[in-house]
Ligand binder design. Structure first.
Ligand SMILES: Cc1cc2nc3c(=O)[nH]c(=O)nc-3n(C[C@H](O)[C@H](O)[C@H](O)COP(=O)(O)OP(=O)(O)OC[C@H]3O[C@@H](n4cnc5c(N)ncnc54)[C@H](O)[C@@H]3O)c2cc1C
Length: 454
């Protein structure tokens, strides 16, 4: 069955990004539909969403104080770092507060999206094809697990090897010696579960990292940083590195490698438990893995450990499988969109959520969702405004590093500094004469109901 819809936008995914878009489009009076393959909103935060990387012990990494959607703070009763269940409840309340569910078709996957005759032909898992003038991909970045090469050669290994996105509960570790590979925030959380519930726990790190505690002087680390004097980056790196040395001391004492980069030059590991577990002997730090061998994991330094379960917290491929890759430009296998949202190849294509940054992301999502909505309105109603914006998209290449020289890795190839992003959004709004998001900006989305004009 085929249907045609003009001047309508299609949002794919009803995770936090898709919800932010739905609210912004409703607020701006843009006609839109959302398609979500799962039966509920919330994206990764619904532990029942098949393929989610969520686990029972997961808590927010950024604090509730700086990480809520604009105009919709998290409940007072929430702790500084809410649990995954609390964030999931928050997402559902957000959708209810702004009447977003009526725009979402659940249990419906977008299997293909083709751009023909100046519109998007969107094929749904029920076989239907729908047409839209604009498409926004908000399908997340943690659904296509990436495994190291050695982990695919398991024929001689007697233990189990899997990606961390299959991990749900620390009961899985009972009676087992566990190796977690990768010291990102999830890897660090999970290995501490293993240190608590397992018979033994190892963490394999390829390089040294800085470990930022979740609280500094009784405040969430991001709040502490946000309230503090706003120093130039070079000075902030020195001051905060000194503070970390004061709090953590020499972390090589715990068997960890010395960081090979300055503070803030890699995605922050915000974790107070790893050093605790190492200091109590419940966790042992190891180097890079060479290969699996019988009952053992062999490490590049020649050491070996007997392990029952290897969990690879080794990241994800950022792919958007339902769209031709030529519709976006790419840098080190990550979408390289203007300001992380505008496709450089197709003006009727946007993305939201394909951004990694050093802070809570939901307020950024709000700002981006509103900007995408305004770009759509310009294309719909105001050719001069769209020309102005289009010129900027193609001619302005902002530096989003915030003065930080990020380490060379796939992950950091398109990494953005949160303050640099915010400042670019501000400049864009000024350039286009668009108002800033002030308190109450999204309130009118609550009262708007039914279909917007096309
Ligand atoms: C353990 C953990 C802790 C985290 N902590 C923080 C934190 O403290 N602060 C923070 O800001 N962020 C945190 N994050 C990052 C978090 O992933 C993002 O904040 C957020 O979930 C990204 O939202 P999203 O909507 O872009 O993607 P997702 O949450 O991945 O949602 C994408 C949605 O798209 C749907 N979908 C995918 N493909 C299709 C398709 N083809 N058709 C239809 N639907 C589709 C999926 O089912 C999903 O519902 C954390 C993540 C994890 C895993």
């Amino acid at each position: 069955m085929t249907s045609t819809t003009s001047n309508r936008a299609c949002i794919i995914g009803a995770g936090p990004g898709g919800l932010a878009l739905a609210r912004a489009f409703k607020n701006l009076g843009i006609a839109f539909d959302v398609f979500e393959r799962h039966s509920e909103v919330g994206g990764v935060w619904d532990i029942e969403n098949p393929g989610t990387p969520m686990y029972a012990s997961a808590h927010f990494i950024s604090s509730k104080t700086l990480s809520y959607f604009s105009d919709f703070p998290m409940p007072e009763s929430y702790p500084d770092y809410p649990s995954n269940r609390e964030i999931f409840d928050y997402m559902k309340s957000f959708a209810a507060e702004y009447g977003l569910k009526e725009h979402i078709t659940f249990n419906t996957e977008v299997t293909a999206a083709e751009f023909t005759n100046d519109q998007w032909a969107i094929t749904l898992s029920n076989g239907e094809v729908k047409h839209y003038r604009w498409m926004v991909c908000a399908t997340g970045t943690t659904w296509h697990p990436k495994m190291p090469a050695w982990a695919t050669e398991t024929s001689t290994f007697t233990g189990e090897v899997r990606h961390a996105n299959t991990y749900r509960h620390m009961d899985e570790f009972r009676g087992k010696t566990v190796l977690v590979v990768g010291a990102g925030n999830s890897g660090c959380d999970i290995v501490c579960d293993a240190a608590t519930a397992g018979d033994g726990a190892f963490l394999s790190l390829r390089r040294g990292y800085h470990f930022i505690p979740k609280h500094i002087m009784g405040k969430p680390a991001d709040v502490f940083g946000d309230e503090g004097p706003h120093l130039p980056m070079w000075l902030a790196q020195r001051v905060f590195a000194g503070l970390l040395r004061f709090i953590n001391g020499d972390i090589t004492r715990f068997g960890l490698p010395k960081p090979d980069h300055k503070l803030f030059e890699s995605h922050p590991i915000v974790n107070s438990q790893v050093l605790h577990c190492l200091g109590h002997g419940d966790l042992i730090a190891k180097g890079d893995v060479e290969r699996l061998d019988g009952k053992d994991v062999l490490f590049k330094d020649g050491s070996r450990e007997q392990v029952d379960l290897v969990l690879c917290a080794t990241g994800y491929d950022w792919i958007i499988p339902y769209v031709d890759t030529n519709q976006f430009s790419w840098k080190n296998a990550r979408p390289d969109n203007h300001l992380h949202m505008f496709s450089r190849a197709n003006q009727q294509l946007f993305a939201l959520g394909f951004t990694e940054t050093n802070g809570g992301i939901y307020k950024l999502f709000d700002g981006m969702a509103d900007i995408i909505g305004r770009a759509i309105l310009a294309q719909r109603d105001d050719a001069a405004a769209w020309n102005k914006l289009s010129t900027r998209i193609h001619e302005h290449t902002p530096n989003l590093s915030g003065g930080v020289k990020y380490i060379e890795s796939e992950r950091h190839a398109t990494y953005a500094n949160v303050d640099a992003l915010k400042s670019e959004f501000k400049k864009l709004r000024k350039h286009m004469g668009w108002q800033e998001l002030q308190m109450g900006y999204f309130d009118s989305a609550k009262s708007k109901c039914g279909a917007a004009s096309e």
